[in-house]
Write a protein that binds this ligand. Structure first.
Ligand code: FES
Ligand code: FES
Length: 161
């Protein structure tokens, strides 16, 4: 076992991990941050997406020890300080961008990374960016509308289904 340290949602965290422990398992099992989900074993679904040093990362694709000294952000750190939903979360709620919610933490984290790089994405850019995030419920259209709205653009430009 190796002791690792990282800052997760602004708080310094330490833990003892095996060499093969995945970051997603460290977050879920050791830190009890179970908002980061595991939806596949093929690195395809994006349910486990978090930010590591500001970059979107599927946390099932890296070892926990590789995040040594990193700044990690998960869905648990996304709400405002007073507990209110942030703009992206609110847009997903308002525009029905979720049903069962299983994919939603990954979608929210992916959207945050997208809007950081590209504050006013087009519909096509949103669809391309979210290609690595699977949703089994929504058919994606309302997710795209939610992301468009979260970027402050007029969601009526994307037809409702
Ligand atoms: Fe990481 Fe599916 S659990 S991509
Ligand atoms: Fe159910 Fe996306 S809302 S998987």
């Amino acid at each position: 076992m190796t002791q690792i340290s990282m800052v997760v949602n602004g708080t310094a965290m330490t833990g003892d991990v095996a060499d093969q422990t995945l970051l997603v398992d460290f977050l879920r099992d050791d830190l009890r941050l179970t908002g980061t989900h595991v939806g596949c074993d093929t690195s395809q679904c994006g349910a486990c997406l978090v930010h590591v040093n500001g970059l979107a990362v599927k946390s099932c694709t890296m070892f926990a020890r590789e995040a040594q000294d990193a700044e990690v952000a998960t869905i648990e750190g996304q709400a405002m300080a007073d507990g209110q939903l942030n703009a992206i979360q609110q847009a997903f709620q308002t525009h029905h961008g979720l049903q069962c919610g299983f994919c939603t933490p990954g979608m929210i984290m992916a959207t945050a990374a997208l809007l950081q790089d590209n504050p006013k994405p087009t519909e096509d850019q949103i669809r391309n960016y979210l290609e690595g995030n699977f949703c089994r419920c929504t058919g994606y259209h309302n997710i795209v509308r939610a992301v468009f709205a979260a970027s402050g653009q007029d969601v009526s430009l994307i037809a409702a289904e």
